[in-house]
Ligand binder design. Structure first.
Ligand SMILES: NC(=O)C1=CN([C@@H]2O[C@H](COP(=O)(O)OP(=O)(O)OC[C@H]3O[C@@H](n4cnc5c(N)ncnc54)[C@H](OP(=O)(O)O)[C@@H]3O)[C@@H](O)[C@H]2O)C=CC1
Ligand SMILES: O=C(O)C1=N[C@H](C(=O)O)C[C@H](O)C1
Length: 258
């Protein structure tokens, strides 16, 4: 029997693409949820009243919605003991800790970015962080997204920052975070990781990791032109997670990049 995949927030920008990708791969589209039942679901699919009902009708649920729903959706995954693929960004550290707790009861794949290219950027960022020490090279991450995006810096930017810190044998919190500088900020803290977020137009997603020393700049840029790459990766993750034991995974596990 085909894997039944449910989509939380099925009418969203990503929700609609995810539904189309599920159908393209030959899996069964179990249906989805809508916020307040506001819009019609794409592909004439079933709309469920709440996340528990969606899990009951699905073998795997994919969620690209908003961070305010994550605690409840992860708890529903734990209750159902079914795989949960989470692409929603803007989670707090406490929400991420809650996710790890829920992952004791269900396989959860959580990734700030499901595109293969960006996951390679994460790996390269870690290597660059290891090679370019924080006392000589200032790491700055600049991202740009469409005008509708509600969280900043992007989840991908945060994940790149975490990778740099990991390469430097520390955490971002320990290294220091300088985000959205404005006004009298004082000089840059040595070793801190800087973030700047631009918003405008319909930019799908652009990220640049810059290392700046007194004598040179090294930059790594990724540009997304089509959200389909995220949908393809998330549906790949859904198929991968089916039958996996409970645990917290990310796209590196799915892509075999560990
Ligand atoms: N990890 C990755 O690879 C990627 C992650 N993202 C992330 O995915 C998320 C969604 O992005 P995007 O699709 O552009 O945003 P949209 O605003 O287009 O979609 C979000 C959808 O979630 C719906 N929603 C909100 N609350 C609920 C709820 N309680 N139950 C069900 N549905 C709900 C919204 O409904 P309504 O329209 O009524 O508000 C909306 O349709 C963001 O966090 C974004 O950063 C995006 C791309 C790639
Ligand atoms: O909201 C978006 O659009 C995107 N969100 C993700 C993020 O915050 O990193 C991934 C991608 O950049 C698009």
């Amino acid at each position: 029997m085909a894997l039944r995949i449910g989509i939380a927030g099925i009418a969203g920008r990503m929700g609609q693409l995810l539904a189309a990708e599920v159908l393209k791969t030959g899996a069964a589209l179990a249906g989805g949820t809508l916020r307040d039942g506001g819009k019609a679901a794409p592909h004439g699919t079933a709309v469920f009243a709440d996340i528990d009902a969606l899990f009951a009708a699905s073998d795997v649920v994919i969620d690209f919605t908003i961070a305010a729903t994550t605690d409840a959706h992860a708890a529903a995954a734990a209750r159902a003991g079914k795989p949960f693929i989470l692409g929603t960004t803007g989670l707090t550290l406490a929400q991420e800790a809650g996710l790890a707790e829920a992952a004791k009861q269900a396989p959860i794949v959580y990734a700030a970015n499901f595109s293969p290219g960006v996951n390679l950027v994460f790996a390269l960022a870690e290597k660059m962080g290891a090679a370019l020490s924080g006392d000589r090279y200032d790491a700055e991450i600049v991202e740009m997204h469409h005008r509708q995006k509600v969280d900043a810096p992007s989840g991908t930017a945060v994940a790149i920052g975490r990778a740099v810190a990991k390469g430097r044998g520390t955490t971002m919190e320990e290294a220091g975070i300088e985000s959205g500088r404005d006004g009298h900020t004082g000089p840059r803290k040595t070793g801190a990781i800087g973030f700047a977020a631009l918003r405008g137009g319909q930019v799908v997603g652009e990220h640049t990791l810059l290392f700046a020393s007194g004598t040179e700049h090294i930059a790594l840029t990724h540009r997304s032109f089509d959200r389909a790459a995220y949908a393809v990766g998330a549906v790949q993750a859904a198929n991968w997670a089916a039958g996996k034991p409970a645990g917290l995974y990310d796209m590196k596990d799915v892509l075999g990049m560990r």
